[in-house]
Design a protein around this ligand. Structure first.
Ligand code: 5GP
Length: 197
């Protein structure tokens, strides 16, 4: 796939949007947490969501937890870079302003979103770098989903159904990173984003 930003001298190499997507329980959150630990100043977008906070989740830190009405008006006023109904239940979206500000300032930005959202970003910002985080195998993905124990059986089934479709879409991405170990996947993402020292 053509790397637009790499060939356009007006786009600084680092000031690119990177989108990380991948199936449920593949470990996106863990890899992003490790990347932030290594690069505390890296901008990672905070999504808005209509789902309820889980225990320990803090509004404005993990997500902006908003009502259905607030989400509607964010979309209607064009303030969402992308948004999607995820796992057929709740809506999640990326507030456009903070991402754009960061890129305008010449800094990289990272989104951790679902496949539908990644496709919207591709259309809206073709220069974005799309990275797919894949499990080492299907069995390992199922094992990780059961192991984290945050979903009941019905929700797990729903997520695994979505995951099959998502895995089929890996070829649409610029890069596929296998999340074998957190260290290796993070190092690969770091390299792709030009953050390695
Ligand atoms: P969770 O409810 O487990 O926090 O997240 C569920 C899914 O929502 C994850 O797969 C995550 O990638 C996706 N997600 C989180 N934020 C966004 C967002 O802003 N936009 C889109 N399209 N998906 C998101």
């Amino acid at each position: 796939m053509t790397d637009v930003a790499a060939t356009d001298p007006s786009v600084p190499a680092l000031a690119r949007l990177t989108v990380l997507a991948g199936p449920t329980a593949v470990g996106k959150g863990t890899v992003v947490a490790e990347l932030r630990r290594r690069h505390p100043n890296l901008f990672v977008s905070i999504s808005a969501t209509t789902r309820q906070p889980r225990p320990g989740e803090v509004d404005g830190v993990h997500y902006h937890f908003v009502s259905d009405e607030d989400f509607d008006s964010l979309v209607a006023s064009g303030q969402m870079l992308e948004w999607a109904l995820v796992h057929g239940v709740h809506r999640y979206g990326t507030p456009r302003g903070p991402v754009q500000d960061r890129l305008n300032a010449g800094c990289p930005a990272l989104l951790e979103i679902d496949l539908a959202g990644a496709r919207q970003v591709r259309r809206a910002m073709p220069e974005a770098r799309l990275v797919f985080l894949a499990p080492p195998s299907w069995d390992e993905l199922v094992r990780r989903l059961i192991g984290r124990g945050t979903e009941d059986a019905q929700e797990r089934e729903r997520r695994l159904t979505t995951a099959r479709t998502e895995l089929d879409a890996a070829g649409e991405f610029d890069h596929v990173v296998i999340n074998d170990t957190v260290a290796s996947a993070t190092a690969e993402l770091e390299r792709l984003m030009g953050l390695s020292s």
